[in-house]
Design a protein around this ligand. Structure first.
Ligand code: 1GP
Length: 262
């Protein structure tokens, strides 16, 4: 189960790297390269989704990716109700709790609840927080919601806490794909202090240094999309930064268990 993997990694202090693939921008060679990195232990999880997803070959590409991967899970990160696909290992069932658009809090969920049940896919109830990353992004425009101002960590913390109190199992803070500025570490830290759930952070992470800052501030997993789309040669450097942020649990160390075996 993907959620068990995330929770156990968090409990062990293992930081994770997720690569977001937008099916509309995917290319066969790129998918194979990313799968090779993952099979070499440099990617912990793939997120699969985008704002539009018009590519007729999206299903085929997902099949291709899945067939190239030895163990790395692929998790749906749907930009719309049309992006459900039973080939994936799990689905982030997103509730856009930073916004006040009822369709993205419950409306769309009602529309596809029966379909999700039929797909029999693991669902991870996710509190999705959109944070201002310096310019409008596809997600802010498409969701018709206002992001949380980047200089208001208490609002982000209260939003995440409310999500946890509602029973959501994971918090995803996103500055939006291609954000100018990633989420400030102070805001990540404020959310980390407030909720004891796996915390995912993405949007505008285009350097290993930005990844390290987000992880040090309390993210359990970072998500990189845009920054790897044109050039994925820096992925090993990024993976190294993620590993370096991992704090080894003394109990695991004493037992001689590598956290990377989780
Ligand atoms: C967007 O968090 C993801 O939803 C990734 O953002 O494409 O900017 O890396 P980037």
């Amino acid at each position: 189960m993907v959620y068990t993997l995330l929770s156990e990694a968090r409990a062990a202090g293992k930081k994770m790297l997720a690569v977001l693939i937008d099916p509309d921008k995917a290319r066969r060679e790129n998918l194979q390269q990313l799968a090779d990195y993952a099979n070499a232990g440099q990617v912990d999880l793939f997120l699969w989704g985008g704002s539009l997803v018009n590519a007729p070959q999206a299903e085929y590409y997902l099949k291709l990716l899945k067939s190239s991967l030895e163990a790395t899970p692929v998790v749906l990160f749907p930009g719309s109700v049309y992006q459900l696909d039973g080939q994936a290992d799990a689905l982030l069932l997103l509730s856009l709790i930073s916004g006040r658009n009822p369709e993205l809090l419950i409306g769309k969920h009602v529309q596809v609840a029966g379909r999700i049940k039929l797909l029999d896919i693991e669902t991870i109830p996710t509190g999705y927080l959109l944070v201002d990353g310096g310019r409008p992004t596809s997600v802010s425009y498409m969701s018709n919601t206002t992001p949380i101002p980047a200089d208001k960590p208490p609002i982000a913390a209260a939003t995440a806490l409310a999500g946890a109190q509602l029973g959501l199992k994971l918090i995803y803070m996103d500055a939006g794909s291609g954000a100018q500025q990633p989420i400030p570490p102070t805001m990540i830290h404020a959310v980390r202090q407030e909720v004891d759930l796996p915390l995912v952070v993405g949007g505008g992470i285009r350097t290993a240094a930005r990844a390290a800052l987000a992880l040090e501030a309390g993210a359990d997993m970072i998500v990189v999309g845009n920054g790897l789309e044109k050039d994925n040669k820096w992925l090993p450097e990024l993976a190294d930064a993620v590993r370096a942020a991992t704090t080894i649990d003394p109990k695991l160390k004493a037992a001689g268990t590598g956290v990377h075996d989780l």
